[in-house]
Design a protein around this ligand. Structure first.
Ligand code: GDP
Length: 536
């Protein structure tokens, strides 16, 4: 295609069909960074998914990705890693690594079409894995399971699968089975080809990649004996007692294909990547807020799933990460923000770092684009060109921690206001205005208390307005309406700043505990009190 010719619908469909956009969900330490690195080892033609460096001061995956970028010359945004595999374009979207659970992670999962659930063979289904899994279920994101660290002692394969079935209530369907217990990993056998064993030998020294050798079933039986037989029997047991592979069931979230391996030595990672290509859905039509959906081949549309400010201390920049949902994104094009109907040019996208790297000018559905200094954007925004599109709002999770923020230094109130509204737009915390206190003393609402630590730190270091937080005795938030607000305002059962307004004008009633809420409901059964999505 010459650059001055618009892409045809067929071309967009073709490009979309060879894209796979996915995230890895796991509990800290299960090996997400290691797996990311292992996946990147398979990377071929790498292009840039955006133009953005990782932000300073954040450890974990981002910094590892930065290292990867330097070492291997691949391009990484702090939001997505893009690489090629079997003529497909893989977009691995980063999920925030911090242990405290915040809404961030949920939003990221709205930008992917599939998730890899990474499980530590010794630890099984840990808390954050379970929570993230439930978000995938809620969002209808199909999940591929990778049981990691099989090179180390761990639990029994059948026991781990039972847990997946019983705890997550999703049926595991083995695609790859380990030959040898955890700690004695001899190789892998594929359910589709029980006549062959892939045997791995760890290479001493330098390289991470284990040597692979293919054995016939006879050779495997001869050389591995009982270990090989057991593997076949176990796999057969699971396969015969379960429903077997069914793409529909996978996409509906009722079954999860299971892989075993060791990210550290790159065992099983190639098969996992193949599975992402073969099993994970390509970008498809996305439901609109009203009715119907936006087909991938229509005009450009995208979803802002993450906003990050001040990633580079040298530039007061602000990056909005957009998942392309339909059409083609061309750098420089003019797009409209659905919420305001205002349009803006994206020509300054990438310029901050433009000199430092090559930038891809054209992105297709599934890709992630970093828009620089797109100051008017908020997390959850829809952007479009041509025919109007607006996607449903991202789910807001029920905050359970509340605190009033005030500037420590009154003379810095301008910085204070700027900082608080910036953090609100980024979605770091929800900012509520209580009827009682007004907007001079915003109430910050968080799902996890660590969000407050981020606010305290960033207000002091980025916005030069250190703040104090006065914690409030509320635990429950419910959405109400104007009528409800009036009743709440008169109620003696509800005190203090119990009626608040979110920046998107949603009214939230706050209660100290269930007892207080229930007694209010008994006296006022007609008041609207809708639950938000709970995280537990
Ligand atoms: P993250 O917190 O999920 O990103 O986890 P990391 O990738 O940092 O890994 C946590 C620890 O587990 C590190 O010490 C890794 O070297 C180790 N690890 C990751 N994958 C494997 C594996 O396949 N086998 C073994 N033995 N260790 C692993």
């Amino acid at each position: 295609m010459s650059s001055d010719q618009p892409a045809s619908a067929t071309q967009v469909l073709q490009e979309a069909s060879r894209r796979r956009t996915f995230a890895v969900i796991s509990h800290p330490d299960a090996g997400k960074s290691t797996l990311t690195e292992a996946l990147a080892l398979h990377a071929q033609a790498i292009t840039s998914a955006g133009a953005v460096h990782g932000k300073s001061g954040r450890k974990g995956v981002t910094s590892d990705w930065m290292e990867l970028e330097k070492e291997r010359g691949i391009s990484v945004t702090s939001a997505a890693l893009q690489f090629g595999h079997r003529d497909h374009v893989m977009n691995l979207v980063d999920t925030p690594g911090h242990a405290d659970f915040s809404e961030d992670t949920y939003r990221v999962l709205s930008a992917v079409d599939c998730a890899i659930m990474l499980v530590d063979a010794a630890k099984g289904l840990e808390e954050q894995t379970r929570k993230l899994f439930s978000v995938c279920r809620h969002r209808g994101v199909p999940v591929i399971t990778f049981i990691n660290k099989w090179d180390r002692r761990g639990r029994e394969s059948l026991e781990l699968l039972d847990d997946i079935q019983n705890v997550l209530e999703i049926t595991p369907v083995p695609v790859v089975w380990p030959v040898g217990n955890a700690g004695n990993l001899r190789g892998l056998v594929e359910a589709s080809n029980p006549e062959q064993m892939r045997r791995f030998t760890r290479v001493p020294g330098g390289t991470h990649k284990a040597e692979e050798e293919k054995l016939t079933a006879d050779q495997a039986a001869e050389q591995e004996g009982e270990v090989w037989q057991t593997a076949l029997e176990e796999m057969e047991l699971v396969l015969s007692s379960g429903p077997g592979w069914d793409e529909e069931e996978f996409r509906a979230g009722r079954i999860t294909p299971v892989f075993f391996g060791a990210a550290l030595t790159n065992i099983g990672v190639g098969l996992l990547l193949d599975a992402v290509v073969d099993l994970a859905p390509a970008p498809g039509p996305r439901p609109l807020a009203t009715t119907g959906s936006r087909p991938v081949e229509s005009d450009f549309s995208g979803l802002v799933f993450k906003i990050q400010a001040n990633m580079d201390p040298a530039h007061r920049d602000r990056i909005a990460f957009v998942r392309v949902c339909s059409g083609v994104f061309e750098r420089g094009m003019s797009v409209t923000r659905a919420a305001s109907g205002r349009s803006f040019a994206t020509k300054y996208a990438h310029t901050v770092f433009g000199a430092e790297r090559t930038v891809v000018d054209t992105s297709y559905p599934g890709d992630v684009v970093g828009l620089i200094n797109a100051t008017a954007l908020r997390v959850g925004d829809t952007l479009y060109a041509g025919k109007k599109a607006e996607f449903p709002p991202l789910p807001a999770f029920a905050p359970e921690h509340f605190a009033v923020a005030r500037p420590k230094d009154i003379s810095r109130s301008k910085q204070f206001r700027k900082g608080i509204s910036q953090l609100d737009e980024e979605g770091v915390v929800q900012v509520l205005v209580s009827d009682r206190r007004g907007d001079q003393a915003p109430v910050l609402a968080a799902v996890g208390p660590m969000q407050f630590d981020v606010v305290l730190h960033r207000m002091e270091h980025e916005f030069s307005s250190p703040i104090a937080l006065d914690y409030l005795p509320y635990n429950i938030a419910r959405v109400t309406d104007a009528e409800g607000a009036a009743v709440l305002g008169r109620s003696r059962l509800v005190t203090g700043e119990a009626l608040t307004r979110r920046s998107d004008d949603v009214l939230l009633a706050l209660f100290g505990d269930k007892w207080q809420m229930n007694s209010f409901v008994r006296s006022n059964p007609d008041v609207k009190l809708e639950t938000l999505i709970a995280t537990a």
